[in-house]
Design a protein around this ligand. Structure first.
Ligand code: HEM
Length: 408
């Protein structure tokens, strides 16, 4: 029985992971997984099978457990009351109501107002590569900070809050990663972390209620649902999801994309000769990296998906990464191909009513960054072995050492 979906270390070697996922596709789109410590679940790896499930949000809900956890971790969290309620935790009717609050804010026309900020950050990235003089860690020096600066900008927070927001993502998403073993790993301490952020966001709420601006924090602080002010728990959940969902994810796509360009110089050269391919290359990078490894769904009806019988009550692991490696949709899926004609059919942003709210923003960030840096590389190669996050949820690289020369 494969430990591909439950063992965080397996995600640390993505090349190996992708190969095994492709081999698994030959055995069908859905696989029953039984691993010690976990409630048995169905790993949905077929591209179209994931879409079929996401098309039926009433039959396959995000609640009660939208993220894989061991029985022990889930029980402890419940006992501790470390409650958090974000869009990801919601189903109809709440989900639609809460999503509508910020949906317009994330639409392309609205997100375009971030363009100047992105251009600035991309020029800064080039300046940093110049200043570093030919040796850099692309994750630590560029990719980790870029999306976080964007998040601060959309929430309307000062740059001095950078370290705090960074910590929030690390604590909430990184706890499972053995390499990130920090002090804060026990459920008790996790409650402390969450409480600390609640205090911070509570102060932010008061500020934006007193003096609202046009930032996203003001929209959340003054949010009205069913004609009444949004309750505190959901308000906090909203801040937390916006602050965390767009950070590690986008950084992982950036660093994994750059790594691929370093490992496949023909693709870098193709892109340099055809800069109009940048948007397509960005989708290929997101297909290739799929930084959100999974979300879970719970079946509420007996159903048949891709010919596989599913019983009410079963837990489903939607594997976005495996879906992106489906040979039935992507020809030669293990090839990184910036000119792939259907790269944008990847499912790394999910699908349906929970489709990633920040997808346009993430694409814009990657397009801006790569449009600025790609033409500048005269040479680019890895300068050591990149290190990766060992997590079954959200992750990518933790370091991508590169050596390069730049064109004038
Ligand atoms: C490459 C970067 C990103 C990837 C791969 C990614 C991936 C995902 C995925 C897979 C989902 C769940 C979709 C589903 O269940 O069908 C999601 C949801 C979400 N994402 Fe992203 N995301 C990225 C960037 C961002 C950014 C930049 C933001 C905004 C700041 C963001 C905000 C959200 C929010 C708020 C949700 C919850 C939507 C809902 O449940 O209705 N994401 N994302």
């Amino acid at each position: 029985m494969t430990d591909l979906f439950t063992n965080p270390h397996r995600y640390g070697d993505l090349a190996d992971w992708r190969r095994e996922a492709v081999a698994l596709h030959a055995q069908g789109p859905i696989h029953r997984i039984e691993q010690p410590g976990y409630q048995p679940f169905l790993a949905v790896i077929g591209h179209d099978a994931v879409l079929d499930i996401e098309r039926r949000p009433d039959d396959f809900t995000n609640g009660p457990e939208p993220v894989l956890g061991t029985d022990e971790a889930i029980a402890m969290r419940k006992a501790q009351g470390a409650e958090i309620r974000t869009l990801i935790h919601m189903d109809a009717p709440d989900h639609g109501k809460y999503r509508r609050l910020t949906n317009d804010w994330f639409k392309p026309a609205s997100v375009r107002k971030m363009n100047d900020r992105l251009e600035h950050l991309s020029r800064e990235a080039v300046a940093k590569l110049e200043a570093l003089g030919g040796a850099a860690d692309f994750y630590r020096d560029i990719a980790a900070s870029y999306p976080l600066q964007v998040i601060l900008a959309i929430l309307g927070l000062p740059e001095t809050d950078y370290a705090r927001m960074n910590k929030l993502t690390q604590e909430l998403f990184g706890a499972e990663d053995p390499d990130l073993q920090r002090d804060v790993i026990s459920p008790e301490q996790m409650v402390e972390v969450i409480m600390d952020f609640y205090a911070y966001f509570a102060a932010l709420t008061v500020d934006r209620q007193t003096t609202p601006t046009d930032d996203l924090a003001s929209l959340i602080a003054n949010g009205i649902i069913d004609d009444v002010a949004m309750p505190d728990l959901e308000k906090m959940g909203y801040y937390v999801i916006v602050a965390t969902a767009g950070h590690d994810t986008t950084a992982a796509a950036m660093s994994g994309g750059l790594r691929a360009l370093a490992e496949y110089p023909d693709q870098l050269h193709l892109l340099q000769a055809n800069p109009e391919l940048i948007p397509n290359a960005v989708d290929e990078m997101i297909r290739w990296t799929a930084p959100v490894r999974h979300f879970m769904r719970t079946a509420h009806v007996d159903a048949e998906i891709a010919g596989y019988p599913i019983k009410a009550g079963e837990w489903l692991y939607l594997s976005y990464l495996a879906g992106n490696m489906d040979p039935n949709v992507f020809e030669d899926p293990l090839r990184f191909d910036v000119a792939r004609t259907n790269a944008d059919r990847h499912i790394a942003f999910g699908f349906g009513q929970h489709f990633c709210l920040g997808a346009q923003l993430a694409r814009m960030e990657l397009r801006s960054l790569f449009a600025h840096i790609v033409p500048r590389f005269k040479t680019l190669e890895l300068a050591g072995t990149p290190t990766t996050a060992k997590t079954t949820f959200v992750g990518g690289h933790k370091s991508v050492p590169i050596r390069y020369t730049l064109n004038a």
